[in-house]
Design a binder for this molecule. Structure first.
Ligand SMILES: C[S@@+](CC[C@H](N)C(=O)[O-])C[C@H]1O[C@@H](n2cnc3c(N)ncnc32)[C@H](O)[C@@H]1O
Length: 390
């Protein structure tokens, strides 16, 4: 099968019928079906999505150090909340690598915390859930891990965590055309699916731009992630006390909707190649958009969440001890080739200039916790390395 042949024919037929019946569907609905249709969606059906054999890497699939460093931040959060019962909730856990690396690190480095915590996973994909169950058996057997819905976390105390969840939510596409905002709808044509700009009928889209205080420049396209707003507000509501730690690629609104970004940020991933065509390989390629951290912060504030930290992933990881850990791990390498391979792998987590280190950002919000000095906020100039290392 060639790459272009790879698509779910049933999904194509189903979408064609739905569009025919309704005279067009919003791009957000189209994307939701491509990613999450229960029988044919990219995320819901069996496939290797993450890692070398899949379509894309995530930080947790790069190296266990990512989860280990986050475990240090979680340990401090547990201390700040008084070292009592603590829930780590992770939504969208993929193959469970982040959970595994966090729990492995805590079992070793912070056994008291490990004994007190419950790790709860909220996962939409039955396929990913199966992978998680397989990878996390040891910690399930130890009574630490379980699965639940977001609503079941009502009243939780602890930290609500996600890595690359929000970029996987379906987005509305909006064009600024002749001074008007137009929403992109998908319609049928002899050539396949095509786009049609229609006057806004969904008032939530206009409200969204008011909320974030930035709009689109004439001729530009942007994505509006309404599901992210609902999600943030639900997370704020279920959290009784504690933290929300959100890691994803994205920008503050001012940068996301900057004049130079003419076509928005929508991208598709298939076997480690990106493309800008969501109308091919239906159900067989990932579709994502960069997220708007301003929107998360504003909706968070309305739901009792105060922003405590916002920064690039490289700063966050450096604050948590990335360099010191790299030096320690390197010292365990048995030969120079192994040490170099380790450095090359870990470099991916902190690479600037469009790499994971700066395209990924980290937002930490707090509720009922005051304004603590978080470990991740340690400044790079305050990092003290033993002399004679390099
Ligand atoms: C890009 S993957 C990230 C996986 C993982 N966090 C990692 O770092 O490898 C997105 C994950 O979010 C899940 N997901 C997407 N929408 C979701 C939702 N509404 N509720 C729960 N999980 C969701 C997907 O099934 C998948 O596990």
């Amino acid at each position: 099968m060639t790459m272009v042949d790879e698509e779910k024919k049933e999904l194509v037929a189903l979408l064609r019928n739905r569009i025919e019946e309704r005279g067009g569907i919003s791009f957000a609905e189209f994307m939701a079906q491509c990613l999450y249709h229960p029988d044919y969606g990219y995320y819901t059906t069996p496939r290797t999505r993450i890692g070398k054999e899949g379509d894309f890497f995530t930080s947790s699939s790069v190296h266990f150090l990512f989860g280990r460093l986050i475990s240090r931040q979680l340990t401090q959060m547990w201390q700040l909340l008084g070292k009592g019962e603590f829930i780590i909730a992770e939504q969208g856990a993929g193959e469970g690598h982040l959970c595994l690396d966090i729990l492995n690190a805590l079992a070793e480095d912070a056994p008291d915390f490990y004994q007190q915590l419950q790790y709860r996973i909220v996962e939409i994909s039955p396929d990913h859930r199966q992978g998680q169950e397989g990878n996390l058996q040891r910690h399930v057997d130890a009574g630490r891990v379980g699965w639940c819905s977001l609503d079941e976390l009502q009243g939780m105390q602890g930290c609500f965590l996600s890595n690359e969840l929000v970029d996987a939510f379906p987005v509305h596409l909006v064009d600024k055309d002749d001074g008007e905002l137009k929403e992109v709808f998908v319609v049928n044509s002899d050539e396949g699916f095509v786009e049609e700009g229609r006057p806004l009928t969904n008032p939530a889209i206009r409200d969204y731009f008011k909320l974030v205080g930035h709009g689109l420049l004439e001729g530009n396209r942007g994505e509006v992630n309404l599901q992210a707003l609902d999600w943030m507000s639900s997370v704020g509501k279920v959290l009784a006390r504690g933290f929300v730690l959100t890691i994803d690629y994205g920008y503050p609104a001012e940068e996301l909707y900057a004049p130079f970004r003419r076509n928005g940020t929508l991208l598709c991933y298939h076997k480690h190649q990106s493309n800008e065509n969501p109308y091919q390989r239906l159900g067989c390629q990932d579709i994502t958009a960069h997220i708007d951290f301003t929107a998360l912060q504003k909706v968070g504030e309305r739901n009792g969440l105060e922003s405590l930290y916002f920064g690039e992933q490289y700063r966050f990881l450096m604050g948590l001890g990335f360099l010191e850990a790299l030096i320690e791990l390197q010292a365990c390498a048995t030969n120079p080739q192994q040490a170099q391979a380790l450095r090359m792998t870990l470099k991916n987590l902190v690479m600037p200039d469009g790499g994971m280190g700066d395209s990924f950002k980290v937002l930490v919000q707090g509720k009922g916790v005051g304004v603590p000095e978080l470990l991740c906020a340690r400044k790079i100039q305050d990092i003290r390395l033993a002399t004679g290392i390099f």
